[in-house]
Ligand binder design. Structure first.
Ligand code: TXA
Ligand code: MG
Length: 313
């Protein structure tokens, strides 16, 4: 199918799944209320969880954001297109459905050729991850098919390069706060804007949910996810063992997938491993724990997703 087909679908108010560098998104015209409503229906997404607006030109921010500070320009200059979502104070014309009634709006410019070509032609798209609410985000076209069958047409862009969702950074008030850690790290951001930022711990502050997505259970396969303990049976046929360090790749585990210290690859494949466990009927996934001192910044983002899958947020 040519890109025109998908452009037409969006123009007709339809929903199309498209690749980004992080995960596949479920896209709809950000200015069409009926199309935006479809996203919530198809995903089974709670109405109080706001959506990210995806753009293909930084200038388009003006349509959505009330004001753009100097730090925003610096971050955009360095990281866009790329896996960094910025939260701005919103303009009144932004659909309430998108922002779930908040006074802020999340915007990002994905670093994927097909996504940018699509958005160039359709205009801004709202796009949550293209999974049924609560399931792991899709990093391959087949994942989208598993969740939505033929209901949603998918633009095939192969396997997503990053594999976990974008870093979400609120720059609408100081100190800036990371709501969702991702591939763009705290120190990348601090180095760029020359000021300290915070990592929001729970998504809740003074009783108010700041980033509603954080309160929902997320990223979870049907298989139970747990940290591998020393002394655990390495031979349980119902368990898929994920070992990321070189040291623990000992060959004593039965259904083992190893990464030999390649945390970039581990991140890229994590959601496919979750989905693999379900496809192949495993009861559980045992993940080698991260040693605190080893928690490189990418590990922080992966740790966040694993903890959510375990239900330990
Ligand atoms: O990498 C990504 O960001 C992917 C791809 C498709 O671009 N999209 C994605 O969207 O992960 P979604 O809807 O699955 O997650 C968006 C997150 C949610 O946690 C939501 O609560 C938060 O961003 N969010 C959106 N707008 C917000 C706002 N105005 N204030 C605070 N959090 C917001
Ligand atoms: Mg999502």
């Amino acid at each position: 199918m040519s890109l025109d087909y998908y452009v037409q679908k969006i123009r007709e108010g339809g929903v199309v799944a498209f690749p980004t560098e992080t995960v596949y998104g479920l896209g709809a015209d950000a200015w069409n209320p009926d199309a935006v409503r479809k996203i919530f229906e198809i995903k089974g997404r709670p109405a109080d969880n706001p959506l990210i607006v995806h753009i293909s030109k930084p200038e388009w921010i003006d349509q959505f954001a009330e004001s753009i500070n100097d730090e925003a320009y610096k971050l955009i200059d360095r990281f866009w297109p790329g896996p960094l979502t910025l939260i701005f104070k919103k303009k009144p014309q932004v659909l309430d459905m998108i922002t779930a009634g908040l006074d802020s709006v999340a915007i990002r410019m994905p670093n994927h050729k097909l996504a940018l070509e699509l958005i160039d032609q359709t205009g801004p798209l709202v796009a949550p991850s293209a999974n049924i609410s609560g399931r792991p985000s899709p990093t391959r076209p087949s994942h989208v098919k598993t969740d939505f069958g033929d209901v949603v047409p998918v633009i095939d862009g192969g396997i997503c390069d990053v594999g976990i969702e974008s870093t979400v950074l609120d720059i609408s008030h100081k100190p800036f706060e990371i709501y969702r850690p991702g591939y763009i790290s705290k120190s990348d951001i601090e180095e760029t804007i020359k000021q300290p930022i915070r990592i929001h711990k729970t998504g809740e502050q003074a009783g108010k949910v700041k980033s509603p997505g954080m309160k929902y259970s997320h990223y979870a396969p049907k298989a139970r996810v747990f940290w591998l303990k020393t002394g655990e049976d390495p031979n349980d046929p119902d368990i898929l063992y994920l070992i990321h360090s070189k040291e623990n790749n000992t060959g004593r585990f039965r259904n083992i997938i190893t990464y030999n210290g390649d945390y970039r690859l581990f991140t890229k494949e994590l959601y496919d491993r979750f989905r693999q466990a379900d496809r192949e009927g495993y009861m559980a996934i045992a993940i080698e724990p991260f040693i605190e001192t080893k928690s490189e910044e990418l590990a922080l983002a992966v740790l966040n997703r694993i903890k959510k899958a375990i239900g330990n947020n």
